[in-house]
Design a protein around this ligand. Sequence first.
Ligand SMILES: NCCCN[C@H]1CC[C@H](N)CC1
Length: 292
Amino acid sequence: VIPGWFSEISPMWPGEAHSLKVEKILFQGKSDFQDVMVFQSSTYGKVLVLDGVIQITERDECAYQEMITHLPLCSIPSPKKVLVIGGGDGGVLREVARHTSVEQIDICEIDAMVVDVSKQFFPEIAVGFQDPRVNLKIGDGVAFLKAVPEGTYDAIIVDSSDPIGPAQELFEKPFFGSVAKALRPGGVVCTQAESIWLHMHIIEDIVANCRQVFKGSVNYAWTTVPTYPSGVIGFMLCSTEGPAVDFKHPINPIDSDENLSKSKRPLRFYNREIHSAAFCLPSFAKKVIDSK
Ligand SMILES: NCCCN[C@H]1CC[C@H](N)CC1
């Protein structure tokens, strides 16, 4: 360990570690589920770390929060009921709230400390909790989904950490089954789906499971987030049987001048071109993902 630096060392990315220069440690705690830390970095703003893994930084969270939210919501005509599993920092809520068609935003986050720490240290991100359409449930997303009546949601966003620790079950087939049940026909789900540089085997399994569970379309998209391992992060975009969803061509634009002028905080990353581009894959990934 180099004094004054945080290195993200994990068996999930052996032999490599992204490091950030630390100005000051702002919070250290242990919740019922994981170690929670916040530090002021020299060049990426404040950083949230769970069990030694970077979750968000002020400088590049826009890429992840905007893409994981608008890839699904801009792919269906008029999302009304949205569920967020995880997402306790509030960033996805902030992005969902941009969609004026949305009437109800339910969120199920397992760790209350993540919510409290985000509200205290990341007000620009936790602002999402202030929207009157938001209903926060602190609990296990797996149990929450099992209790949801069939066909309740237009869209579900699974904003999880990695499949080691509290989020492990969110990468398994039974969970995808309960997501499909909770979605209406032609409803969509977007899940955090790791890195094509590091996790092709995990992605291969997720894609195979999704193709068995979701009978609409199943696509993999990816984007750049400098502070995530290998600098990229992926998303599974799936729809249930019903009205067709073409994820690659957003039919419900959020980046129109009218929308942008109305919102307090402009979109810093997402636009309709980068939406479509997100589904273009390098050959080594395409070979695996398209063959499943
Ligand atoms: N809203 C917080 C985002 C959590 N997603 C991250 C993706 C990359 C992982 N290594 C850690 C979690």
